[in-house]
Design a protein around this ligand. Sequence first.
Ligand code: CU
Ligand code: ZN
Length: 363
Amino acid sequence: MKMKAVVAHELNRFSVEEVTLDPPKAGEVLVKMKATGICHSDLSVINGTIPVPFPMVLGHEGAGIVEALGPGVTNVKPGDHVTLSFVPNCGDCYHCLRSEPYLCLRSTPDGKMMDGTTRVHMDGKDINVMQFLGNMAEYAVVPAMCLVKIDADIDLKAAALVGCGVTTGVGAALKTAQVKPGSTVAVFGAGGVGLSIIQGARIAGAARIFAVDLSDEKLALAKELGATDTINGANDPLKRIMELTGGIGVDYGFEAIGIPAVVDQAQKATRRGGTMTVVGVGKLSQKLEFNALMFPLMAKTIKGSMYGSAEFRVDFPKYLELYKQGKLDLDRMVTHIYSIDEAVQAFADLEAGKNARGVIVYD
Ligand code: CU
Ligand code: ZN
């Protein structure tokens, strides 16, 4: 079939194109997309921070409705509402067997389907897809193991966010760091992921949550979503956090941007014996540094968090239930809705720091 898709052609060149989509093969599903979140990682593909083989259909955060099944698919049926996961869950690899599907060894950045071929074509050429999904498009053919059936009464924009940013952030707080009730938390970066960490810390019962960002607009939203204190990053946030914690620092520090200097701040804002979690993705060429004398003496735990340590088949429905109960606010995180034809503008807005989350809706 013919459909519109957002295609990254080469470094820093992308556009909305008409492409051809093949029917699903064995173990694959055709999904009619209803909502696609525009994530910083899509931008990182465009600008080369995350190296990928071009050309590639963007998109790895979305929700839609199952349209057709390839042979052998049993976990979903046509008409099911689904959220897409950008990591598979093969069930058989070292990590899947240990309840760590976010590290599934079937994950690959090669842009191909599980069988090494592609379903998207343009002008007779194969087009890769981002993370098995490539769902910044009207339709997507994806591995069935990347789909989670969700309740049909859930807003599909909210369901889309759970596919990447929300699970990454809420999971970093609840699952990777395991924030405890009554604790103190500092979150550096209040974009889609940072705001989700803040909400996760609030759900965990943190007593104080410090939000740090350069945008006062994002800090205002952070306060609405659970931050108890907001600090503009231009005003020596480390000094401010130390003042506000009596010189001790916070129990849990989080970095949600991917800038080494900010990871350093988050690490220093974390108390002795505390836990600092790196969620933001930096560049391959960059390094994080820790003082060799102080590292053991400070007895801190430094963690990397991938996809919020998600067991997504359990966690997507769990986070969406928290949303239904009013405990996880996903509506206010959607700050702008675009059509697919407005995708170029949507990325310009993302780069300008205008959105907590921009979402493309279809029809
Ligand atoms: Cu993402
Ligand atoms: Zn696996």
